[in-house]
Design a binder for this molecule. Structure first.
Ligand code: PEP
Ligand code: MG
Length: 843
């Protein structure tokens, strides 16, 4: 049988635990062990292990050691009340320590005067799994001498009187803790002792985490303090009486004096502990779904229950997992049934994730290894979510958010805490949250919420897609100060501007309400006129194309009046798969897009993959700076077969091949190398006509070299997203820079002017296909700088055409000149809105 030996943590007199002047130790409620009365102030680790808990009050440390043994070293008796005075801790939670390594130094002069006793219990808190087979007793030891020998019990399937599942009842109750010192060692031991009397598995959770109700260490690790609210939940035949007994014992103080606590508001109503926000205030973020709404702030607190690690046996826990998954499946079905197409498709995807065999198998294997259902589910989901996040592909990382949504829902369902889910009226609420899960978004929407602002989140998350689909404005990556806004404060959410105005006065509200109404009417009118070709009020022709990323986008673009496609991002065919699409698959996909567009022109951009958009079939060395790394044409020139196949596929589109555009070009050498492959593909395919070969101008190098590059290509398209990123040296995905990442910065505008002038001088057609083309305030400036073709987001095309119709070319030229001379982007925006006060109604 395996055994381990503990050494004395300090020199001193060793006696039996029964002599401890505290029944929690003496009666072994906490577990078996012994007492040492130390004669030296340095208390060391009796065994090598990991520090799992350091008491807030520094008087106790718990180690997890050999084979899961949990050992509490509790210095003195009744020392929790000293609130840390007299102790110095030398280790941190999570730290690995060697046997004999210093844990705590105790100030004996102080303790002698203030503590009831210096006798230090060394206790095995999971004694149901381990037994002491030999021990020192009633003798003096020196630090490092033999203290005790421990072996694992033969039958250690878990604590408790009965491990048999007598049923699958679940019960839960919240109580407010009236114990003045919270759940320190003594009350934790009492809770564990009570929980062990029941067959149900018990979980004690607070707002931060949850712990096994039978484990003293888990309960102490919750750091529950006076006035905290805890949830007691139990699963098993006698769940209800376990919860009722524990609740009444905790409310009665578990043998300690109680100090009553005034009851608190429910968690969802509490203000998060952020700095006070002085009103009125304008919060900046990134617009993820456009629109303007007026409403009242409603803070949303996220509930995140942490389950107990160990379960009550595989049979019961697997049944609980099934029950939890089934409950969430039913809820998703109900949410999908009540929602629009886009909401339905998101929840259909969630249902598939819920049934994912990989997830289910991992969770079941963990349950077989002794974990609880909720713990196993959480671990399985987190493992998979971590894999997605580690891919550094923003789109896949945002799918990880969907997994976390399911994680929370299933865990809450298993723990019986799902009645806590969002409910009630959110009439005219602007929801403010750290993150928003798809299920929360839909529930808020169903309750009447009109807009959303999150400090986390991303522009391609499922919540962003749903919000855009149902026309609910959303800003993400918003300043965290928003979380300090009081519930009920009047607010205006202007998602196009990426702004949430909180504490707006009556005049602002009235103005915003007018703008909302105007906006609705204008968008309806714009859509009605979307088939008209783009032309300024004084007749200058401006072509309006759309940027596409799928066949569905093409259909949407046609509906909103796009005159063609200025950029098909071909990455949609290459990401999230194990092998690249072959020539036929690519040809068919491009053909479908071309067929939807009919005789409208189509520009297909070659693969802009690599850097932060890796593909599993393109193993690449990790890059410290992916935005400046091997991406776009740099990558495809290194992987020539990829580019050759893609060019051949594009050239086979009938009746005539679309135009071809190279991304991330920085010099003539890249164009020459790509042209050689292009000519080879032409020879191989021999299409009906010769496609034009153009480049994205999105690196400062290509912008500066336009004169040189113009004769080498058939057209330019300015990628204002990357151009802004590289000119301003600001990561386009960095939330902290979102408010300052603006293509109307004079440095970017001057680059755009330079490109337009060089292109015109060389007779090279030029368009712009970054996000600036969908930005109403940017459109007159771009026209004034000489651009006659814009390619915008499909949903923005009708509004872009309407903006173009509303401005005169001569005005655009003079406003563009002024914008170039402004000190920053905000000043440029001010001069546009001074000239066209309602132009932002289009955003
Ligand atoms: C751009 O950089 O402006 C652009 C259109 O390309 P992408 O956003 O796909 O990088
Ligand atoms: Mg780009």
């Amino acid at each position: 049988m395996q055994r381990c030996v503990l050494i004395a943590p300090a020199s001193g007199w060793v006696s039996v635990l029964e002599e401890a002047p505290d029944p929690v130790f003496a009666d072994e409620i906490m577990g078996a062990g012994l007492l040492i009365d130390p004669t030296e102030e340095r208390i060391c680790a009796p065994i090598a292990g990991e520090v799992v808990l350091v008491a807030e009050t520094h008087h106790a440390v718990t180690l997890r050691a050999w084979d899961g043994l949990e050992l509490l070293i509790h210095i003195g008796i009744d020392t929790v009340g000293l609130k840390g005075e007299g102790f110095r801790v030398h280790v941190a939670e999570g730290q690995k320590v060697a046997a004999g390594e210093l844990l705590i130094t105790a100030d004996f002069d102080f303790l002698a005067a203030h503590a009831r006793s210096l006798q230090t219990p060394i206790v095995i808190t999971n004694s149901e799994q381990f037994e002491i087979t030999r021990r020192a007793e009633n003798q003096l030891v020196c630090a490092g001498d033999f203290l005790m020998e421990i072996s694992a019990r033969a039958e250690s399937s878990g604590p408790g009187p009965s491990r048999k599942a007598g049923g699958q009842n679940a019960a839960s109750k919240k109580v407010i803790v009236p114990l003045p010192l919270g759940f320190h060692a003594r009350p934790a031991a009492r809770i564990a002792a009570i929980a062990k009397k029941f067959s149900a598995s018990v979980t004690i959770s607070n707002a931060k985490k949850g712990g096994n109700g039978r484990s003293v260490v888990s309960i102490m690790g919750l750091d529950v303090r006076h006035g905290d609210k805890v949830l007691i939940s139990a699963v098993g035949a006698d769940a209800e009486s376990a919860v009722a007994t524990l609740a009444s014992e905790i409310e009665a103080g578990l043998g300690e004096d109680v100090i009553p606590v005034a009851s608190r508001a429910p968690a969802a109503q509490q203000q998060p502990p952020t700095q006070a926000l002085e009103l009125p205030a304008t919060i900046h973020g990134v617009g993820a779904a456009p629109g303007v709404v007026v409403g009242a702030v409603r803070q949303l607190a996220q509930k995140d229950w942490t389950p107990p690690e160990f379960g009550a046996g595989p049979a019961l826990e697997k049944a609980m997992l099934e029950k939890g998954v089934e409950a969430v499946r039913r809820r998703l079905e109900a949410l999908a049934a009540d929602g629009s197409d886009i909401i339905r498709s998101v929840f259909d995807a969630h249902q598939e994730l819920l049934e994912d065999p990989e997830l289910q198998n991992t969770a079941r294997a963990l349950i077989d290894a002794g974990k609880s259902a909720a713990y196993a589910w959480r671990t399985a989901v987190r493992e998979q979510a971590a894999c997605l996040s580690a891919l550094h592909d923003k789109r896949l990382a945002q799918r990880a958010d969907d997994l976390h949504d399911l994680e929370r829902q299933v865990v809450a369902a298993i723990l019986g805490a799902d009645q806590e889910s969002i409910s009630g009226s959110f009439k005219k609420a602007i929801i403010v949250a750290d993150e928003l899960a798809p299920s929360e978004f839909v529930q808020c929407l169903a309750g009447g919420a009109v807009g959303f602002c999150t400090s986390g989140g991303g522009t391609s998350s499922h919540v962003a897609i749903m919000a855009a689909g149902v026309g609910a404005p959303l800003i993400v990556a918003a300043d965290e100060k928003a979380r300090a806004a009081p519930d009920g404060a009047a607010a205006i959410l202007h998602a196009g501007r990426g702004e949430l105005r909180i504490g707006a006065n009556a005049a602002e509200i009235a103005g915003a309400e007018d703008a909302v109404e105007r906006r609705k009417q204008r968008h309806a009118e714009a859509l009605a006129k979307c088939a008209e070709s783009g032309r300024t009020a004084d007749g200058v022709r401006i072509e309006c194309m759309a940027n596409l990323g799928s066949v569905e986008d093409a259909a949407r673009a046609v509906e909103t009046g796009a005159e063609g496609c200025g950029l098909l991002r071909s990455e949609f065919l290459f990401l999230q798969r194990a092998a690249p699409p072959d020539e036929n698959e690519q040809r068919d996909a491009y053909q479908r897009v071309a067929d939807v567009l009919g005789d409208r022109p189509l520009v297909i951009r070659t693969l802009d993959i690599g850097g932060d958009k890796p593909a599993p079939y393109l193993p690449m060395a990790a890059e410290e700076n992916p935005a400046l790394g091997l991406r776009g044409v740099r990558l495809t020139l290194q992987r020539r077969p990829l580019l050759e196949t893609q060019l051949r596929a594009i050239m086979q589109v009938a009746p005539s091949p679309p135009d071809i555009m190279l991304p991330m070009v920085s010099g003539a050498d890249e164009i020459a190398a790509a042209r050689e492959i292009f000519e080879g593909a032409l020879e191989a395919v021999m299409p009906a006509s010769r496609p034009r070969l153009g480049i994205m101008v999105e690196t400062p190098a290509s912008a500066v070299l336009c004169e040189t590059l113009a004769p080498l290509v058939d057209f330019f398209s300015i990628g204002s997203n990357d151009l802004t990123q590289y000119v301003l040296a600001m990561d386009r995905g960095n939330a902290a820079l979102a408010a300052r990442f603006d293509g109307l910065h004079p440095a970017v505008l001057r680059m755009i002017k330079m490109i337009a002038v060089s292109a015109a001088a060389n007779g090279t057609p030029v368009s712009l296909c970054g996000a600036l083309a969908s930005d109403p305030a940017a459109i007159p400036i771009l026209i004034g700088l000489g651009l006659t073709k814009l390619s915008a987001a499909p949903t923005a095309v009708s509004a872009v055409k309407a903006v173009i119709r509303s401005v005169e070319f001569s005005d655009c030229v003079s406003i563009a000149e002024k914008a170039l001379a402004q000190p920053d982007a905000a000043a440029a925006r001010r001069i546009v809105s001074a000239r066209w006060p309602t132009i932002e109604d289009w955003s």
